[in-house]
Design a protein around this ligand. Structure first.
Ligand code: FEO
Length: 398
């Protein structure tokens, strides 16, 4: 049973999940994920969020071990998604006197998911402070980071911000719980970026609004509900999230293609080589049938340009490219330079479908589209790669 001290008053009682293959049954998590939960011990004892139901058989024992016979007075529900709210009913069954703290939207959702009765709840308003003895809690609403009811909670005495999904990332906590316990560049930062692109990027505007709103809140530590507790360098994660929410991109281009027999793949490599000749660095090329869309989205978020290519498939684009396009439609990348290419036997249906997608998604597409009928030999590629590269590089550098 793992319990760690965050401060003298605050204990970490989260859990690592290395069993789930796909987070939200959608996103691969080869390094696992943590569901973080915390207890503040004061005159009133407070549980901050729970964990996914069934992810930790010891969760209730951990609460008991930290409380050492004391009562549980409050359970703060920052976010109702079941990876954090899944143990609410179990906690209430063991501590029926505990009041659940949330906002009006929290309780709408709680009714729908768990049928919690009103006598168990305490509604708070945005900015409200609640004394818990020597310290107090302050609640700040950050709607749509990542559901409508989401809020964060500040432990005022220790200046620890419990931020739930915000400032979180994929990856289990394999040793310590703090950023200072890891070389963050190795796994956590790339996995945070992927988490952000997969889960949070759709809500960029709301993230920016939340960060602005939290700017005046004095924070010494950020304790999210996924990933490390930012003790050494909380400014770092705020800066990263600010940049990602503002769609700041690095120099580079993602080329993602769907290919049945290698022709579209061949054209993808030719495009990559031509862009490199033109001085473009950091070109990442992915076969959408091989690399999960989660990783491709992360790199599309990271770099300034992306180029999608598909073979024609039943008078449309390849289904695996359609999957990527659907996720891009949801993510809504901003400020990108996009290119399109395709191969087909007779009518260019794949490239046409990509162009239609880009128009509907309001993406900034560079003309011309590169196409080849059959094998993409130099004489059949139209227009020439030189012509495409010239326009694309110009747009990238604009
Ligand atoms: Fe980690 Fe939106 O739940």
């Amino acid at each position: 049973m793992r319990i760690a001290k965050v401060t003298e008053r605050i204990s970490y009682i989260g859990v690592n999940d290395r069993r789930t293959a796909l987070f939200e049954n959608n996103w691969p998590i080869p390094y696992g994920v943590s569901y973080n939960s915390y207890i503040i011990k004061d005159e009133k004892n407070v549980l901050i969020d729970t964990v996914e139901y069934g992810s930790d058989g010891d969760f209730l024992c951990k609460i008991e071990a930290v409380l050492q016979g004391g009562s549980l007075d409050y359970l703060v529900v920052n976010h109702m998604e079941p990876d954090h709210s899944g143990m609410i009913r179990s906690v209430l069954a063991k501590y029926p006197q505990a009041k659940i703290i949330g906002n009006a939207k929290t309780f709408e959702l709680m009714q729908k998911y768990y049928g919690i009765s009103e006598e168990n709840v305490m509604l708070v308003t945005d900015g409200q402070e609640l004394s818990i003895g020597s310290g107090s809690l302050k609640f700040v609403f950050v709607p749509w980071v990542h559901w409508p009811e989401t809020m964060v909670t500040l432990d005022v005495a220790d200046s620890v911000l419990f931020s739930c999904d915000a400032f979180g990332g994929y990856g289990s906590l394999d040793g310590g719980i703090f950023d200072s316990d890891y070389n963050m560049d190795e796994m956590f930062l790339p996995e945070m970026r992927r988490y952000y692109s997969n889960i949070v990027a759709k809500y960029n505007q709301m993230v920016t609004r939340a960060i602005t709103k939290l700017a005046g809140v004095p924070v010494k530590m950020i304790a999210p509900s996924h990933g490390v507790v930012w003790k050494e360098n909380p400014a770092k994660v705020i800066s990263l999230y600010s940049d990602w929410a503002a769609s700041k991109a690095e120099e580079g281009v993602v080329i993602a293609y769907a290919s049945m027999y290698g022709n579209t793949a061949g054209l993808a490599d030719q495009i990559g080589a031509k862009l490199a000749e033109c001085g473009i660095r950091n070109i990442r090329t992915y076969d959408v049938s091989r690399t999960n869309v989660s990783y491709i989205l992360s790199d599309i978020m990271r770099y300034k340009g992306f180029i999608l290519g598909t073979c024609a498939y039943n008078t449309f684009m390849h289904p695996m490219m359609e999957h990527l396009c659907n996720e891009l439609r949801i993510m809504g990348p901003k400020g990108k330079v996009m290119g399109i290419f395709g191969t087909s036997g007779w009518n260019g249906a794949g490239a046409k479908a990509l162009a239609k997608f880009a128009e509907e998604a309001k993406l900034n597409v560079v003309s011309p589209t590169v196409e080849a009928f059959g094998a993409p030999t130099a004489e059949k590629v139209n227009p020439s790669l030189e012509e495409f590269a010239k326009e694309f590089v110009q747009a990238l550098k604009a």
